[in-house]
Design a protein around this ligand. Structure first.
Ligand SMILES: C[S@@+](CC[C@H](N)C(=O)[O-])C[C@H]1O[C@@H](n2cnc3c(N)ncnc32)[C@H](O)[C@@H]1O
Length: 265
């Protein structure tokens, strides 16, 4: 329900394109909810595939933000995290306690606008700011089992300080904004710290991390730096130079890396 993705969903799903036409022709609230549901149904094909390819006991981590949006003058929240939980449960995942990623930068809003001003100090028409994103966690099947004293597992241990911080529910971390490029800002590149924590919390050295929305390649880079294998999918071919740059010449020459082009549907 973030505006920049409308065109993409219209392109890949003719049903969604038709619903947008209804909306342009004046259909109100119901059309919006139909689009919202149809977008999540389309997205759930990715969750289905993630479920299929995960090992039994494997963990899926999904970073998703809720969105506020005014459509035909009507402002409301689209609770994307709730839709994703619902779809993931339908494909068979078990929902685990999730993480709230608190970004300290966002300002309070008045009537959906950027700042909390003027009569925003008077009740009751101001809105609560969305300053957290969700990192939803799901398990496929049962708890994973390892042989006793498995060396790879023990070699992947985290410290007590890391455990106390990483397994707390609220992570206060700034986005990748200050230091990263314009394009990374546009595709909302992850801060490395988020990916590193998740990879180290939920995988063991030598295992494979899959990112079906690779973007600038953060998760592949962090997986490599943490002795994991990595597979990533990215539909935007123009991001390839950025992905290669982010992984960096040193890692590219040290490990076996291949970039394959596939048709996208
Ligand atoms: C929010 S960005 C991910 C940013 C990434 N976490 C990073 O650190 O750079 C989502 C990415 O998923 C890609 N994408 C969206 N739908 C896709 C699909 N069906 N298959 C492959 N990539 C897709 C988009 O082009 C975009 O680059």
């Amino acid at each position: 329900m973030i505006g920049m993705w409308d065109e993409y969903f219209r392109r890949i799903d003719p049903g969604i394109a038709a619903l947008f036409k209804d909306l342009e022709n004046g259909a109100a609230g119901q059309a919006v909810m139909k689009i919202y549901c149809a977008m999540h149904k389309t997205l759930s094909r990715v969750w289905e595939e993630a479920y299929r390819v995960l090992v039994d006991g494997g963990i899926a981590c999904i970073n998703i933000g809720d969105a506020t949006r005014s459509v035909n003058g009507f402002f409301r929240l689209f609770a994307n995290h709730a839709k994703v939980i619902d779809h993931c449960e339908q494909v068979g995942f078990t929902t685990l306690p999730y993480i709230l990623w608190k970004k300290p930068t966002t300002k309070p809003k008045y009537k959906g606008k950027g700042v909390f001003l003027g009569s925003g100090f008077l009740p009751p028409n101001a809105y609560v700011t969305l300053d957290c994103e969700f990192i939803l966690l799901f398990r496929k099947g049962n708890l994973r089992r390892f042989p006793p004293n498995d060396p790879c597992r023990y070699d992947s241990a985290f410290s007590k300080a890391q455990r106390d911080l990483w397994f707390s529910q609220i992570w206060t971390l700034v986005g990748a904004r200050q230091t990263e490029s314009q394009i990374e800002r546009r595709i909302a590149a992850f801060p490395i710290e988020i990916v590193e924590r998740l990879i180290r919390m939920f995988s063991v050295k030598g295992e494979t991390v899959l990112d079906p929305f690779l973007g600038s390649g953060t998760s592949t880079k962090v997986a490599m730096l943490n002795d994991r294998c990595s597979v990533g999918y990215e539909m935007e071919k123009s991001l390839l130079p950025l992905i290669k740059k982010k992984i960096g010449a040193e890692l590219l020459s040290k490990y076996e890396v291949s970039f394959k082009e596939r048709s996208f549907c």
